[in-house]
Design a protein around this ligand. Structure first.
Ligand code: CP
Ligand code: NVA
Length: 311
């Protein structure tokens, strides 16, 4: 491929490239209206190229959206399951990176430990994309930003409220805030605040980040409400955590505090009745299925950026 740019976090791309990705995704999505989902875009920019996807954790959206993104760009994708590949029997990340680099054009990895994704990128000489780690989920947030712009919410100055767990998805929201100049009010129970480094990074980028334990104040006047599962993959299903999270459920009372045209985002899978009520999840302000579809469109632009075909 023309260039070798890995996408482990949003800051690997930076604000200008992220804006270019959103614009490219909007154009490509518009150009495909009415086309069969498996049909390639007219320009087939990744014709003949192959993406290997390593999954050490479950996935529906990431798996299908990267596969469809590669098909629509004219290429293809294959899956290495953590359990049935030699990774599952202890082959090193370094050797896996060097072998796959001889065979495929790019690698996507979903893993429990961000250091593994970084090690893979270090040893690979093809682009490596983070498809979720314990630390971050940049592909998800690229799709979320696309969804907000598409729903008439230009990013600079936007007031985003995050309710619930201070997790990997929130870390990428904070990273995006610093890059795209929007503000985030984070409401978590005590002890579940986001990683300090992501808060500091967002503030250094010029975003106003508010940390609170009060869900109502975070939601007041917000343009966007976002939540995620209270128990992430790999975490113990602790009843104390669920109890601590209960006041942070995104329900109609909380949504009523936001702006009347506020939208609700959730990366999915959702646990309706826990982090979000059924009324909000199924309601008119919920754009979660646009958000899910946008994984395809955003990731096409990420793939093009990684391969040097988009700047
Ligand atoms: N949102 C998301 O990454 O979904 P999957 O776990 O299904 O890939
Ligand atoms: N925070 C969740 C996101 C799932 C897409 C997890 O890591 O399980």
């Amino acid at each position: 491929m023309a260039a070798m740019r890995s996408f482990l976090d949003l800051s690997d791309a930076g604000g200008d490239a992220l804006a270019a990705m959103i614009a490219d995704a909007i154009d490509r999505k518009a150009a495909r209206q009415g086309w069969a989902k498996g049909r390639a875009d007219a320009d087939r920019p990744l014709d003949g190229r192959v993406l290997a996807m390593i999954f050490e954790k479950n996935s529906t959206r990431t798996r299908v959206s990267f596969d469809m993104a590669m098909r629509q760009l004219g290429g293809s994708a294959l899956i290495l399951d953590g359990g049935t590949s030699q990774l599952g029997r202890g082959e090193s990340i370094a050797d896996t990176a060097r072998v796959l680099s001889r065979m495929v054009d790019a690698i996507m990895i979903r893993t429990d430990d961000h250091a593994k994704a970084a090690e893979l990128a270090h040893y690979a000489d093809v682009p490596v994309i983070n498809g979720l780690t314990d630390r971050s989920h940049p592909c998800q947030i690229a799709a979320d930003l696309l969804t907000l712009v598409e729903h008439g919410k230009p990013l600079p100055g936007l007031e985003v409220a995050w309710l619930g767990d201070g997790n990997n998805v929130l870390n990428s929201v904070l990273e995006a805030a610093g890059l795209m100049k929007f503000n985030v009010r984070v409401a978590t129970p005590p002890g579940y605040e986001p990683a300090r480094a992501f808060v500091d990074q967002a503030r250094e980028g010029g975003a106003a980040i508010t940390l609170t334990h009060d869900a109502a104040s975070a939601a007041e006047g917000a343009d966007v409400l976002i939540t995620d599962t209270w128990i992430s993959m790999g975490q113990a299903h602790a009843s104390e955590k669920l109890a601590a999270m209960a006041p942070y459920q995104v329900n109609e009372a909380l949504l009523a505090r936001a702006k009347p045209d506020a939208v609700f985002l959730h990366c999915l899978p959702a646990h309706v009745g826990e982090e979000v009520s059924s009324q909000v999840f199924e309601g008119p302000q919920s754009v979660v299925f646009d958000e899910a579809e946008n994984r395809i469109h955003a990731q096409k632009s990420i793939l093009l950026w990684c391969t040097g075909l988009l700047d």
